[in-house]
Design a protein around this ligand. Sequence first.
Ligand SMILES: [Zn+2]
Length: 56
Amino acid sequence: MYCAVCKQNKDEGIKFLEVHLCEKCLDNITKTRVEDEEYQKYMDIFKDILKECQVY
Ligand SMILES: [Zn+2]
């Protein structure tokens, strides 16, 4: 399974909506706060995921 955030092939992790998230990215996302620079990056990724879900 390829992680939707880091694009690496990881076996561990969870299925989130239609995509796979590895434990490392999941951990990073949960630690990210709104004021962090990374926050916007993750939001953009999730917007793309939601767009893809609407297609199906
Ligand atoms: Zn990842």
